[in-house]
Ligand binder design. Structure first.
Ligand SMILES: [Zn+2]
Length: 497
């Protein structure tokens, strides 16, 4: 008997609990650390009270029109219009459809729970998650990593600046212009504040902006007023932004493109023999000095270029003299160099280390667009602005500079890869690949630039090889053919451009 009593008691408790639990949905709000009970219409919680929902989730009283059985809920700046006996919900005039009608009871509107929560999640509360089994609604803070957008119109293009909380891998940002006249930007791992983005004032070639949050990516879409002739996407780190330039045709466009092409033509190559004078560089066990080896390779390379091409060759040094790093950059820039090749020999305490490698001299791809633009202004000056100091970036400058920088990086990478490829065809030495390092030598150079470590003077075999004129000639030829291939690639691009 006692046992049965206990069982009965437990049953009663269970019944009591479940009926008590089914009277509401528990709302956990981690934004303000509060918990509330949301009124529901039936024990299955298929409908929720709109009035009560507004009390719990919004700070503003809803607008209620009892006669027309309509209600407006205010989620910060977003208005959500609902009415009973319809399946439609208007979020800032955008129509959402629910599979079930909303119901009216005692002057309140009851909304189909799951469909309405889904609409909230899509629009105003992306951090919302609902567990129908537990009748539990969680409101979490969503840390948007794409927080704002600015659109600026310049004379020959529109600049979109997207404010972010982090850097995105380059491969995670994709963009394209669709035939339907929209420009799409997709960011993998992006969490976009869609409400904020959609409110951005449109300008220039951008007629409309929308943003969509997908499970693993954020997409921004821009409806274009007219065709664009090109676009570029860049990231900067301070402030963290993604800058997109949408270029529109300008007057005398053909002239400018011609001028631009001329500017890009590979007509001057700057050859930089490392070290020199009091700076001997690395020294081999047999006394071979880096400064002598690299000067000889540089001269051999220069001779090939002068003999076999119409490329103008500029040397940072042709003698055994000391040239500070800053001066090397200056020489390169002042001579309108279109490529900078710095030639070196390697050294390592480990005498077995051997092989050749090519470094990208730029301090990385994450260059701030603004910073690089300042750097580029000296080189890329638009005619009508000449003589004017740029305190602020004009559209053209930003566009040209960003374009230039993206080309430098890509081109430096291409050139480095070609050099490694051509050297490995000719040298019986390990290909150590393309590497990146923040060499000071060319910070400030406005052209594709690489630094080649032709071999290890610390390795006895390589020292012996580097001492041979025939071996140095092979190195010079490898670099020469890489430059020729690079030029062909680049000219092809310019023609297609
Ligand atoms: Zn060196």
């Amino acid at each position: 008997m006692i046992r049965i009593n206990i069982i009965l008691n437990r049953l009663l408790i269970l019944l009591f609990c479940s009926s008590w639990m089914s009277a509401s949905i528990t709302v956990y709000n981690s934004v303000n650390n509060q918990e509330a009970e949301l009124k529901i219409l039936d024990s299955k919680a298929s409908f929720i009270s709109a009035k009560n929902l507004s009390e719990i989730l919004t700070s503003r009283q809803p607008y209620i029109n009892n006669d027309r059985k309509k209600m407006v809920l205010y989620f910060s700046d977003t208005r959500i219009k609902i009415s009973s006996n319809t399946s439609y919900v208007l979020v800032d005039e955008k129509v959402y459809h629910m599979p079930v009608y909303a119901r009216e009871k005692d002057g309140d509107i009851y909304l189909p729970t799951v469909p309405f929560f889904n609409i909230l999640k899509k629009t105003v509360l992306p951090g919302l998650s609902y567990d129908p089994k537990k009748k539990r609604l969680d409101i979490n803070v969503v840390d948007f990593n794409i927080t704002n957008l600015e659109i600026d119109q310049k004379s020959n293009g529109t600049i979109l600046t997207l404010y972010t909380q982090q850097r995105f891998d380059e491969g995670h940002i994709s963009s394209f212009v669709h035939d339907n006249g929209w420009f799409y930007l997709t960011i993998q791992g992006g969490l976009v504040d869609t409400t904020r983005i959609k409110k951005v004032e449109t300008r220039g070639v951008v007629a409309k902006v929308t943003a969509h949050q997908f499970t693993e990516s954020a997409q921004l879409a821009f409806r274009l007023r007219s065709d664009i002739i090109g676009h570029e996407v860049f990231q900067s780190h301070d402030p963290k932004t993604i800058v997109i330039t949408l270029r529109t045709p300008f007057d005398k466009r053909a002239d400018r493109i011609r001028a631009l092409r001329k500017r890009w033509q590979l007509n001057t190559v700057v050859l930089d023999a490392g070290h020199g004078g009091k700076d001997g560089g690395a020294v081999g066990k047999k006394g071979t000095r880096e400064k002598d080896i690299v000067l000889d390779i540089t001269k051999r390379l220069g001779l090939l270029l002068e003999k076999k091409t119409n490329i103008n060759v500029v040397y940072t040094r042709e003698e055994d003299v000391f040239i500070p790093l800053w001066k090397r950059t200056k020489i390169a820039n002042e001579n309108n160099g279109k490529m900078f090749v710095s030639i070196h020999c390697n050294s390592n305490p480990n005498r077995t280390a051997k092989g050749f490698e090519t470094y990208l001299l730029s301090p990385g791809k994450s260059d701030d667009a603004i910073e690089l633009a300042h750097r580029e202004n000296a080189v890329i000056k638009m005619e009508e602005h000449s003589g004017q100091k740029y305190k602020e970036l004009t559209g053209e400058n930003l566009i040209m500079a960003t374009m230039a920088q993206s080309m430098f990086m890509k081109e430096s990478e291409d050139l480095a890869a070609l050099i490694q490829e051509e050297l490995s065809k000719r040298l019986d030495s390990p290909n150590r690949g393309v590497k990146q390092a923040g060499f000071v030598v060319l910070i400030g150079a406005s052209m594709p630039n690489v630094l080649i470590e032709t071999g290890f003077l610390s390795n006895p075999t390589e020292e012996a090889r580097l001492k041979q004129a025939a071996y140095r000639q092979k190195i010079a030829e490898g670099i020469f053919y890489a430059i020729i291939k690079f030029r062909t690639l680049r000219e092809k691009l310019l023609v297609e451009g």
